[in-house]
Design a protein around this ligand. Structure first.
Ligand code: NAD
Length: 364
């Protein structure tokens, strides 16, 4: 009997080839997984009438763990993003993005090792918005103008920024738990509490309270603009960052940029009842079916998944094999070559095979 049951969503665009390669790498670690393969995305929209059939959610609810290749968000069809829908439906409130330098990846920086923990459900991203000129917007403006000393102009659109004690407690706890489980030393809360006293101020206050329960891990905080400057000047001073949704979105990309970009940026979306692992990049439709793109981000996401499953030794072996192949720079995809037109670049599957071979050599 398999030790773990995992939902695998092959996605669309470049998704299926990345999923196939990643699955092969995971299976090659020897960890016994019963794969529940669930299609979703634009390729199944016509047949099933939705890019996210209920069976996909049911499978994740049953298995509690899923790995997902990118899925296209079609423009102008009325379908909302499957990626956002999955996070909402499963209440995956924490987005964890480790940003680590690997030797051989072209980047302005070396030795970066940061983890961004982003709150996924609140803040300006909660989707509570009122369109300029609408009746509801005018009512909101009238209400605010009645109760607030500061006035809103009548020709404004309004987006609401809720940050709760509940939401902050669980994300900051998630950051500290991640730090503990992964041997990290410090958690930094990022905010703009000096200006937004009742939303970011609350975030900071609750973060300070939660930090008192984790005396084994250092805690500090930074104002978000200062944090951006420090990340590009002295990133080595930081370890785990915990942020409300919007700052988390922006700083995730900043940190991905420090380590060489989207091709190597893995991610995990974690909730109380489930975890979904996925690369940060999208479905790059122009490369669909070409066996061309870099599988590293999804394979590194699977490293996070193996750790989540308690398979730390296998996760470390797989990560070391990825690092080895990138460092060697021979069996890597076009985007990892100095010249993107380098004819020695290999395809997605071949890079995956090189990673599998490297694990086999290391085991000898
Ligand atoms: P994208 O990340 O798909 O592609 C942007 C460019 O980055 C590509 O053209 C390619 O040059 C490069 N790239 C991306 N992944 C790569 C890889 N693995 N190897 C090498 N190069 C790679 O971003 P986009 O074009 O803005 O989005 C395309 C679709 O993906 C959209 O429909 C978008 O909504 C969706 N999307 C999905 C997710 C997700 O599934 N979580 C995330 C982001 C975007």
């Amino acid at each position: 009997m398999s030790k773990h049951s995992v939902t695998l969503i092959p996605g669309d665009g470049i998704g299926p080839e990345l999923a196939e390669t990643t699955k092969a790498c995971i299976d090659a670690t020897g960890v016994s997984i019963d794969w529940d393969i669930q299609t979703a995305g634009i390729d199944i929209m016509e047949a099933e009438g939705t890019p996210l059939p209920d069976r996909v959610l049911e499978s994740i609810r049953k298995n509690h763990v899923a790995i997902k290749s990118p899925i296209t968000t079609p423009v102008g069809t009325g379908f909302r993003s499957v990626n956002v829908a999955l996070r909402k439906e499963l209440d995956l409130f924490a987005c964890i993005r480790p940003c680590k330098s690997y030797e051989g990846v072209r980047s302005r920086y070396q030795n970066i090792d940061l983890v961004v923990v982003r709150e996924n459900t609140e803040d300006l991203y909660a989707g509570i918005e009122f369109e300029k000129g609408s009746k509801e917007c005018q009512e909101v403006i009238d209400f605010i103008n009645k109760y607030s000393a500061r006035k809103i102009r009548n020709d404004s659109g309004v987006s609401i920024k809720p940050i709760s004690v509940f939401g902050t407690e669980r994300i900051v706890k998630a950051a500290f738990e991640y730090a503990r489980q992964n041997g990290r030393k410090k958690v930094t809360a990022v905010h703009k509490a000096n200006i937004m006293k009742y939303s970011d101020g609350l975030f900071l206050e609750v973060a300070r309270q939660v930090a008192k329960q984790y005396t084994d891990i250092e805690f500090d905080d930074r104002i978000v603009d200062n944090m951006c400057m420090q990340l590009v000047q002295t990133p080595e001073n930081y370890d785990v960052l915990v942020l409300p949704n919007l700052y988390g979105d922006i700083l995730s990309d900043l940190c991905a940029g420090l380590v060489g970009g989207l091709g190597v940026a893995p991610g995990a979306n974690i909730g109380e009842k489930g975890a979904l692992f996925e690369a940060t990049h999208g479905s790059a439709p122009k490369y669909k079916g070409m066996n061309k793109v870099n599988p590293t981000a999804l394979i590194l996401s699977s490293v996070l998944m193996l750790k989540h499953l308690g398979e730390t030794e296998a996760a470390n072996r797989l990560e070391q094999a990825v690092a080895h192949v990138i460092r060697e720079g021979k069996y890597v995809t076009y985007d990892m070559k100095a010249d993107r037109k380098d004819p020695t670049a290999v395809g997605t599957r071949e890079m995956g095979q090189a990673i599998i071979d490297s694990m086999k050599v290391a085991a000898k």
